[in-house]
Design a protein around this ligand. Structure first.
Ligand code: SAM
Length: 290
């Protein structure tokens, strides 16, 4: 029986056969532990549906997804991997690899197309660490109908997404992501299961749709306000917000009307607090215009 692609032996054999090396600039760290890719594929709930994978690399996770899903669509930026993937995934006829930068694709269109043919669409990936946040926000902001997003990322970034209000890791990222999805930790992953070995550990987390997602009018405006309030963590929300507005009287007015103490810090505020603050700001600005 052939070993899984996610094994030290197969990975070395494939890399050697194609005279390949992992490219640091593309965030390439290949998983060489079969149990890990199997567990990620199992947890992403892709049985008999369609999966989109970002960055298949030499196919370690793709192989496990292909065994379960009806269809696997992969986006890979590195064209050197064309021959490699043709070879490593030769026995799976349900895999399509598109050589394109994921950040440039029309995700909504692709997800709609897949949803027309399959029961559900999920996204699964061992993300390139250098663009974890842009990739996730592209998915979130596309508003594509994706059942869940199961992704491996640097442990420290995962900690921020998973953070609860009033903890050290809670920040703008935690709040903005919570507008779209809930998230939970799937597993911790040691740096020792990669080739080449990175100098950080990882966590797999799963984002799943909010049951009662709030409809937000001016999403980008709200996100700018949240980022502004977290600009300097050691400062009070008043100091950050005043700087964001460039006006101390309006900052005092808005925070007081939104029932947020001037001495509070942004990490003690919930998404609802920020929505309220944005509402007060919008109302004040519309009164000024009239
Ligand atoms: N899935 C493989 C695994 O788990 O062994 C490889 C994961 S590796 C951490 C990240 C992969 O993402 C690499 O194959 C890399 O070339 C690819 N990648 C990096 N930037 C990308 C982008 N903008 N669009 C699509 N793929 C990208």
């Amino acid at each position: 029986m052939t070993k899984p692609i996610a094994s030290a032996q197969r990975t070395n054999e494939i890399l050697k056969k194609f005279d390949m090396y992992a490219k640091k600039s593309f965030g390439q760290n290949f998983i060489i532990e079969g149990g890990i890719v199997e567990k990620i594929a199992r947890n992403c709930n892709c049985d008999d549906v369609a999966v989109i994978e970002i960055g298949p690399g030499i196919g370690a996770l793709t192989e496990q997804l292909a065994k379960r899903a009806k269809k696997v669509v992969c986006y890979e930026i590195d064209e050197r991997l064309k021959d490699v993937l043709d070879y490593s995934l030769a026995e799976y006829d349900n895999v399509e690899v598109i050589f394109e930068d994921f950040l440039n694709i029309n995700l909504l269109e692709k997800v709609n197309e897949l949803n027309n043919h399959y029961q559900r669409v999920v996204i699964c990936a061992n993300l390139p660490y250098y663009i974890t946040t842009p990739i996730l926000f592209k998915i979130f902001e596309s508003k594509a109908d994706v059942d869940n997003i199961t992704v491996m990322m640097q442990k420290e970034v995962a900690d921020r997404f998973l953070a609860k209000v009033d903890t050290k890791d809670y920040n703008a990222l935690s709040i903005i992501a919570s507008v779209y999805y809930n998230c939970k930790s799937v597993m911790k992953v040691s740096r020792t299961i990669f080739n080449p070995r990175p100098n950080i550990d990882s966590t797999v987390i799963q984002f799943y749709k909010q049951e009662n997602a709030i409809e937000i009018k001016d999403e980008q405006g709200l996100f700018l306000l949240i980022k502004g309030c977290f600009k300097q963590r050691r400062k009070t929300i008043y100091n950050n917000y005043r700087e964001f507005l460039q006006d101390k009287d309006n900052a005092t007015h808005d925070l007081e009307k939104a029932n947020i103490a001037l001495s509070a810090r942004a990490e003690t505020c919930t998404l609802d607090d920020f929505i309220k603050l944005k509402g007060v700001k919008d109302e004040r600005e519309s009164l000024c215009e009239n």
